[in-house]
Design a protein around this ligand. Structure first.
Ligand code: SAM
Length: 251
C-alpha cells in the first residue's frame, strides 16, 4: 500500500501514460503505477548509487523488471525524447525540481512529454513560476498532511497558450481583495504563486494549517531578528512583518 502522499501523486497521473519518475529512490511510485495497471511501463531515474540499487531491488522483487526500467543519471538525462508521456518528480525542494525541469527542457527531453506531476517539499512558488514561464498550464493542485508534514502536489499539462491560461487563472482570484489593501497588484500575483491558485480558490483545512504554521515560523524568525538589534536585521524583520500581514489579509 502506498503512502497518502505517493497515493495522491499517483492519483494525478493520467491512466495509460508511460511515466518517468525522476529521483525515484525506492521506485515505489513507478512500481505501484505499473503493478496496478494504471501505467503500461515506467522509467525510474536515480542520481545516487544507494537509492538506484534500492530501486533495482524493489523492481526485481515486484517481478516488474520487464516493465519498469531503473536508470542511473542526473535528472531527465535518463529519458530519451518520445518515450515518456508523464514525468513525476517528488520529494525534493521546488528549486531543485525547477532546475531538473529546466535542464531537461534545454536538452529537448520535455518536447513530447504531455504531463508533469510534481510534489515539491518546499519552494512551491519556484515550480509554479517555472511552469508558467515555459508553456505549462497548471491544471490541478492538492494539499495533504501525512505524519505531521504538509505536502502540495501540482499537475500541469501543455495547452495552446499556457501564459494566458495561467494569467486568467490567477486573475480570477481578484487579489487584492480589500480597497485599502496592503497588497499591490504585482504582490498579489506573487502571493498566488506562493499559495497556489486552486488551493487558494478552495482552501481546505490542511491549507489553513499550513499557512498558520508558516506564519508562526515567520513570527519566530522576526522576533529573533528584532532581538538581535542589528540595523539590517530590523529592516529585514520589518519587510517580513509586512509579508505576514499580506498573507493574513488573504487568509
Ligand atoms: N521521489 C521519491 C519520493 O517522493 O518518495 C523519493 C524522494 S527522495 C527524498 C529524493 C531522491 O531524489 C533521492 O533518492 C535522491 O538521490 C534523488 N535525486 C536528487 N537529485 C537528483 C537528480 N538531480 N536526479 C535524479 N535523482 C535525484
Amino acid at each position: 500500500k502506498l503512502s497518502h502522499r505517493l497515493g495522491t501523486i499517483a492519483g494525478l497521473v493520467t491512466d495509460g501514460a508511460r511515466v518517468a519518475d525522476i529521483g525515484s529512490d525506492h521506485a515505489l511510485l513507478p512500481v505501484y503505477l505499473v503493478s496496478k495497471g494504471q501505467c503500461p511501463s515506467a522509467i525510474a531515474g536515480e542520481l545516487n548509487q544507494g537509492p538506484y540499487e534500492a530501486a533495482r531491488r524493489q523492481v526485481r522483487e515486484a517481478g516488474l523488471s520487464q516493465k519498469v526500467d531503473v536508470r542511473k543519471g542526473n535528472g531527465m538525462a535518463v529519458v530519451t525524447p518520445g518515450e515518456t508521456d508523464t514525468v513525476t518528480i517528488a520529494g525534493m525542494g521546488g528549486h531543485l525540481i525547477a532546475t531538473i525541469l529546466e535542464e531537461g527542457r534545454v536538452a529537448g527531453k520535455l518536447e513530447q512529454v504531455k504531463e508533469l506531476v510534481l510534489q515539491p517539499n518546499v519552494g512551491e512558488d519556484a515550480v509554479r513560476h517555472w511552469l508558467t514561464e515555459h508553456g505549462w498550464a497548471l491544471m490541478e493542485e492538492r494539499i495533504l498532511e501525512e505524519d505531521g508534514k504538509i505536502y502540495e502536489v501540482l499537475r500541469a499539462t501543455r495547452v495552446e497558450d499556457a501564459a494566458l491560461h495561467n494569467g486568467e487563472l490567477y486573475k480570477a482570484l481578484h487579489l487584492p481583495v480589500q480597497a485599502n489593501s496592503l497588497i499591490s497588484d504585482d504582490e498579489a500575483v506573487e502571493l498566488i504563486y506562493r499559495f497556489g491558485p486552486y488551493l487558494l480558490a478552495e482552501p481546505n483545512e490542511v491549507f489553513y494549517l499550513k499557512w498558520d504554521s508558516e506564519l508562526r515560523k515567520m513570527d519566530r524568525i522576526c522576533t529573533q531578528m528584532e532581538q538581535s538589534g542589528a540595523d539590517e536585521a530590523i529592516v529585514r524583520a520589518k519587510q517580513f512583518r509586512l509579508e505576514m500581514a499580506q498573507i493574513e489579509e488573504v487568509l
